[in-house]
Design a protein around this ligand. Structure first.
Ligand SMILES: Nc1ncnc2c1ncn2[C@@H]1O[C@H](COP(=O)(O)OP(=O)(O)OP(=O)(O)O)[C@@H](O)[C@H]1O
Length: 264
């Protein structure tokens, strides 16, 4: 259970995110104040184009904030050197990977890069972490395949394995289960939940699987046009955050079953 004086892993203060476009400013979201703690699985949900990827890219230092501050373990994110950041934060974004020629084994082993020496030789510990990541993501039978031979869902599991092999205290994943079938969506989400709890990692992921996220996440961030709501799923249901997420002409959030229903 968290307390007020518990040390937060990630803090944002008055954060604004968005883009500079031809000298004008496109503010995607503003006044984002978050505190994420150790051991929490946090789901980020919201309609298409609302700004989930923009937020995750900003929190991963892939893009710079328009305004405000981000702290990772009390140090400002922008002051981290890339190698130091790689031992604190692993990221699975939706962008296509550059190295599809690598085998699955090689790609997962890349997760150990922050820890290997300059020739990139894996230590015994590195080999064990890579092996464990391959086992928990159930991709053993794929290890000798090249990444371009994989289906989208298989590649998604391999990228998650790479992040797990990186073994950082904070993991960010952008829609990690989009291409997976319903069984594997549930499997990966439960795996993330277990990882967060058992290894006390902080895991933040965006998803359109709102029902599953409500069942599994410790906390959720709900982004909508008015701003965002952040809290435990139960609290968010009580304050009707999921009801105001989409226009109610077509779907309604049923607080009893915690699912969306089609309006007939
Ligand atoms: N590289 C970019 N340059 C300018 N604007 C962008 C860029 N990427 C995204 N946007 C805009 O920022 C807004 C938020 O997009 P973003 O991809 O963060 O949404 P999202 O919530 O992740 O959507 P989805 O659920 O569809 O993946 C959109 O209006 C989009 O058009």
């Amino acid at each position: 259970m968290e307390t007020d004086n518990q040390h937060s892993v990630l803090t944002t203060e008055d954060l604004s995110i968005g883009y500079y476009q031809r000298k004008s400013l496109n503010v995607v979201a503003a006044n984002i104040n978050l505190k994420l703690f150790k051991g929490e699985l946090v789901g980020l949900v919201g309609a298409n184009g609302i700004g989930k990827s923009t937020l995750l890219r900003t929190l991963s230092k892939v893009q710079t904030p328009l305004h405000g501050r981000i702290y990772l373990d009390d140090q400002e994110l922008k002051s981290y050197k890339n190698l130091d950041l790689a031992s604190k934060l692993s990221v699975v974004l939706t962008e296509a990977i550059a190295s599809k020629n690598l085998t699955v084994q090689e790609l997962v082993a890349l997760g150990r890069q922050p820890y290997t020496n300059w020739v990139g030789k894996l230590s015994d510990e590195d080999v064990i972490k890579v092996q464990q990541a391959i086992e928990v993501t159930q991709i053993k039978e794929l290890v000798h395949k090249r990444c371009y031979e994989l289906s989208d869902g298989q590649l998604q599991k391999v990228l998650i394995a790479r992040a797990i092999a990186q073994d950082t205290p904070f993991i960010i994943l952008d829609e990690p289960t989009t291409h997976l079938d319903v069984y594997h969506k549930a499997y990966i989400m439960k795996l993330l939940k277990r990882l967060a709890f058992e290894t006390q990692k902080t895991i933040l992921f965006s998803t359109h699987e709102i029902d599953f996220a409500i069942q599994l996440c410790d906390k959720m961030i709900v982004m909508n046009r008015e701003g965002f709501e952040f809290g435990r799923p139960k609290e968010l249901i009580q304050c009707r955050a999921f009801s105001s997420l989409f226009p109610e002409d077509l779907i309604l959030f049923d607080a009893k079953t915690r699912t969306y229903r089609i309006r007939h």
